[in-house]
Design a protein around this ligand. Structure first.
Ligand SMILES: [Zn+2]
Length: 242
């Protein structure tokens, strides 16, 4: 159930019996030489909308930009400073709270967002707030990780992963028509977080982090989608009914 396709009277009616809102959050950033710039928000949005449909809850429009400063040495990436993103997340929650939403499930597609979204939650909770705030990082779901471990072993990696490239192949197949299938050698360079843009590019020169996205297929993407949607829907249902 897309909030963007609802009218205000429909939302008013919804709020008489329900108070949960899913908010997808991702990033606009490089995903290696064969991954899509939109990967992190495209995946978060699609998983959110499919899970929201299953449970019968609204899904807000995605937050398409995130804390991606370390990717800024790669063309096509855009980033919000942590302080900006914190404010964006905080103000979006506060806006929906005013109408009666009380439970917020953020479905996240980007690791760099985690500290900031968590900090924004703390800010919301700094008052007498009684909202329920939950962050679901889809690629960290046990069920997803088990599948990826079984299929990709230690080649899944940490950025431009096989799993996320496969998932976007399933969601946006036409975008891959122009991308040649390429196998990559796994390298595990020493590095230290946090990294700035030039530091990141010097260590991870083509944008991947220890991944071989050449293993990604549409079929894997479809399987990961199904596993992630079921797991997220189950979590959302539990929160909705609690
Ligand atoms: Zn990503």
């Amino acid at each position: 159930m897309k909030l963007s396709n609802a009218t205000w009277p429909e939302v008013e009616t919804y709020l008489k019996t329900k108070n949960l809102l899913i908010i997808p959050i991702g990033s606009t950033e490089q995903h290696g030489p064969t991954g899509l710039i939109g990967t992190d928000y495209v995946t978060a949005q699609a998983l959110s909308e499919a899970a929201g449909e299953k449970v019968g809850v609204y899904v807000a429009p995605p937050i398409c930009y995130g804390m991606a400063l370390h990717h800024m040495a790669f063309p096509g990436s855009a980033a919000l400073k942590p302080s900006t993103l914190l404010q964006v997340v905080y103000e979006i929650i506060e806006s929906f709270k005013k109408h009666g939403f009380k439970k917020f499930v953020f479905v996240n597609g980007h690791g760099g967002n985690i500290p900031t979204v968590t900090a924004a939650f703390s800010e919301v909770k700094s008052s007498t707030d009684t909202s329920v705030l939950e962050l679901i990082n889809w690629w960290r779901l046990e069920e997803v990780q088990a599948y990826e471990k079984e299929c990709f072993g230690d080649q899944n990696g940490f950025h431009a992963t096989v799993g996320e490239v496969a998932l976007t192949m399933h969601l946006s197949p036409e975008a891959f028509d122009k991308i040649p299938n390429t196998q990559f050698k796994i390298e595990r360079p020493k590095h230290h977080w946090p990294m700035g843009p030039s530091e990141f590019r010097a260590v991870f020169y083509d944008g991947r982090m220890e991944s071989n996205p050449g293993l990604a297929t549409k079929q894997h993407g479809q399987n990961i989608f199904k596993i992630a949607v079921e797991t997220i829907a189950h979590k959302v249902r539990t929160i909705a009914e609690s």
